[in-house]
Design a protein around this ligand. Structure first.
Ligand code: SAH
Ligand code: DHB
Ligand code: MG
Length: 222
């Protein structure tokens, strides 16, 4: 009942505010056709990422967890033509689908999909002196979030925005005694944001066609 209502309202939002936006729908269909799991952010949340990137005037964005490129298309669209999105993906099959969808959406020129475990890609980006990112979107394996935040801090600057998906987890995040590894990791992630004097942030609970979850959003203020 409640989930049906959230889904209906998401349909209303998309009909009203995203009318005619076919490139992102095509990316979801391509992911489904290739058998990818249906775990992309919802269309309104994809557009929220786009809006945050626009508000931050981001010219370089890092995404951790590409899947079929749905959130990547939204992020890449927010960039100026000279901007760059680097998106990290473990699975070569996911990266292939993402590459095709990014190209079809017309943002392939400004997007690099790097295949491999994100921890290793981040380590080499830091070692190679990769230019700073204005925004980071963390959405890969939840157990990796604390380490991804540490890497993100080495790849960002004052004013950069760091967003993490799936940090509310049907409300399970409030359970300090949870034995669920993902819940423990996102709790640790939130505690790291809180404890780091270089960051200020909050978590936003979300509902919609993907259920009940949330984003942790932080800005670097050092
Ligand atoms: N951001 C996407 C959804 C990402 S789903 C969107 O909203 O459209 C999570 C993705 O992270 C999956 O494709 C999964 O293969 C990838 N992933 C899981 N573990 C990873 C790791 N260690 N390194 C990089 N990617 C990983
Ligand atoms: C899963 C991962 C996600 O990033 C998400 O938004 C929803 C579900 C998952 O691994 O099940
Ligand atoms: Mg997610």
């Amino acid at each position: 009942m409640t989930h049906d209502l959230w889904t209906d309202v998401d349909a209303y939002i998309v009909d009203t505010l995203h009318a005619g936006d076919h490139d992102v729908e095509a990316a979801l269909l391509a992911g489904d056709a290739a058998g990818l799991p249906a775990i992309a952010v919802s269309p309104p949340h994809g557009k929220l990422l786009y809006l945050l990137a626009r508000l931050a005037r981001a010219e370089r964005i890092l995404e951790i967890g590409t899947l079929g490129g749905f959130s990547a298309i939204w992020l890449a669209r927010a960039l100026p033509p000279t901007g760059q999105l680097v998106t990290l993906e473990l699975e070569p099959s996911h990266a292939r689908v993402a590459r095709e969808s990014l190209d079809r959406a017309g943002v392939g020129d400004r997007t690099e999909v790097r295949v491999g475990p994100a921890a290793a890609s981040l380590k080499s980006m830091i070692a190679d002196g990769e230019a700073m990112f204005d925004m980071v979107f963390i959405d890969a394996d939840k157990e990796g979030y604390p380490a991804y935040l540490e890497s993100a801090m080495q790849l960002t600057r004052t004013g950069s925005v760091i967003v993490a998906d799936n940090t509310v987890r049907d409300g399970a995040v409030r359970d300090a005694d949870s034995s669920d590894a993902a819940v423990r990791a996102v709790r640790r992630y939130n505690a790291m944001v809180a404890a780091d004097a270089r960051l200020t942030g909050t978590a936003i609970q979300t509902v919609g066609l993907k259920g009940y979850d949330g984003f942790t959003i932080a800005v670097r203020c050092d």
